[in-house]
Design a protein around this ligand. Sequence first.
Ligand SMILES: [Fe+2]
Ligand SMILES: [Fe+2]
Length: 333
Amino acid sequence: MLIDDDIGMMEAMRVVLKKYSILVSPYTEPIAALENLKNNPKKYDILIINYLMNPVRGDEIVKLVREFNNEIYIILMSGHKELTPSIDVMRSLDIQAYFEKSSRIDQLVLLIESGFKYINSIDNIKTMSRTIELHAIEIADILKNTVGAKDNYTKYHSDRVALYAKMFGTCLGLSEDDLNTLALAAQFHDIGKIGIADNILLKNGKLTESEYEHVKLHTTIGPSILSSSEVFKKALPLIKHHHEQYDGNGYPDGLKGDSIPYLVRILSICDTFDAITGERPYKEAKSIEFGLEEMKKNIGVQFDADLIEKFVDCINLNIDEVNKIHRSSIRNI
Ligand SMILES: [Fe+2]
Ligand SMILES: [Fe+2]
């Protein structure tokens, strides 16, 4: 995108750049250009903008661009050497290059080409870090399967909690980023059970007090396993605190009320709902209605009233999908 109120100069640039196969969208109206950039965030790789324009200066436009677009590569140009903004201003606006207008427009080509090289390297870095993220998730999946090899319930329970969490998070209008954190935490919230002794983890009956204390450790073992990967950074507090209770009687830290982070409270509702309704070797599955009634009984104890009300609404709104998830809990003990 090229923004300049000097039509003659802009046409000359367009012709020269076309010779180098660089496609240019010329704009003489900065405000119209700004709107276009806002509505088409992926359309332009590079913004070339003139500094001295009427009624708005180029740096003022760049300031507005940076409010919604941190990625576009920006080349500022000026025909007045002595009137250009300082290096500090250009740095603060993340302007990557400066071009002094002259008859040697082809010099601009070099700046544009280095802009493209920069964009390509950023793209490569993004692809690489996404690949690394996927590998880390794959490794965590292997760990989850390892837990599953000794305790099938935990593996399928985690899959179901992730489905409930995505559903509930969507009902609550969470951002995409929060939804991803929630789903990731749900998938791996009980991974710490890998460190729980088999005779306790697989016991078909009531746990003794000391056995229960041992099971509680899964909330700290999980985060310590996953903390070596950056990918799980945001999910770790959810994994650590998924057994906290609204009245402060949960574990591991006895967090109380609103000091339990919002996403943790969402995860803990989904986790408990599946634990109540799902089938276990020592207890049969319970109906969805029964599960919701039990959740309501725990308002003020385990959960806050507002979130439970929203959870009940969300379950009723998605009842077909909930039935499907619930049925799978009966097959997968
Ligand atoms: Fe748990
Ligand atoms: Fe769980």
